[in-house]
Design a protein around this ligand. Structure first.
Ligand SMILES: [Zn+2]
Length: 221
């Protein structure tokens, strides 16, 4: 989850002719999103909901607040980076507690290694990655991999390698994430399941091919 809203204050103005409603709202909710735009859309949606209540309490007998003008007065969309590290032990315990951490790779570097314990689900934040056993497939920005983490006590089933320099990967702890951001956890879950089905379909095709090869051999023999 790379961006979050910091100290956001939004101004909302009613566009209805001669309406005097013009108010400011501080957004205190913890809003996060994959892009700055996502954060902005969500923040403006909350500002609109807050202003609708206030506006209609005063003006509802004449009109309701529809399609108001909303703009950011102050605040920023802050990039959430990796936690600063002070020695291995503290870095490790920080990772244990958090729902996500980020890491960057150069092209060809191994992101997930076959046989490693699978504890997190991965999402490509920037760049690309590919599974070693299927080099033609590319995980691009927003794609997920690492489904084995969804099955308790599983190990990584194949190497996944960075496809370009500066590839950035988010490692999500789905259990922690389901507490802190259930919506994002659900999205990741379905994205990872899609990837799993794609892998299964690939396996079925290769089984089909093997079956046909065997049948051909039998006929010839
Ligand atoms: Zn109005």
């Amino acid at each position: 989850m790379p961006y979050r809203l910091k100290d956001g204050i939004y101004a909302v103005r009613c566009r209805y002719p001669r309406c005097t409603f013009h108010s400011q709202f501080e957004i205190k909710q913890n809003i996060m999103g994959m892009t700055e735009k996502d954060v902005e859309i969500e923040a403006k949606r909350i500002a609109r909901d807050m202003s609708l209540i206030k506006h209609d309490a005063i003006h509802a007998t004449r009109h309701t607040l529809r399609n108001p003008e909303i703009r950011k007065v102050s605040g920023s969309y802050e990039l959430i980076g990796p936690t600063p590290r002070h020695g291995e032990d503290s870095a490790y315990s920080a990772q244990e507690r958090e729902d996500v951490y980020y890491k960057e790779y150069q092209r060809g570097e191994v992101i997930l290694r076959k046989g490693d314990d699978a504890t997190s689900v991965c999402e490509v934040v920037r760049g690309s990655a590919y599974p070693e056993r299927n080099r033609s497939h590319r995980y691009r920005q927003g794609d997920c991999f690492g489904a084995a983490a969804l099955l308790a006590r599983r190990q990584r089933t194949c190497d996944v390698v960075a496809g370009s320099d500066g590839t950035k990967v988010a490692f999500y702890n789905l259990i922690e994430l389901s507490k802190s951001n259930p919506k994002k956890a659900r999205e990741l879950f379905s994205a990872v399941m899609e990837d799993t089905f794609r892998v299964i379909q690939g396996l079925e095709k290769s089984i089909d091919r093997t079956k046909k090869d065997i049948e051909r051999e039998v006929v010839r023999g």
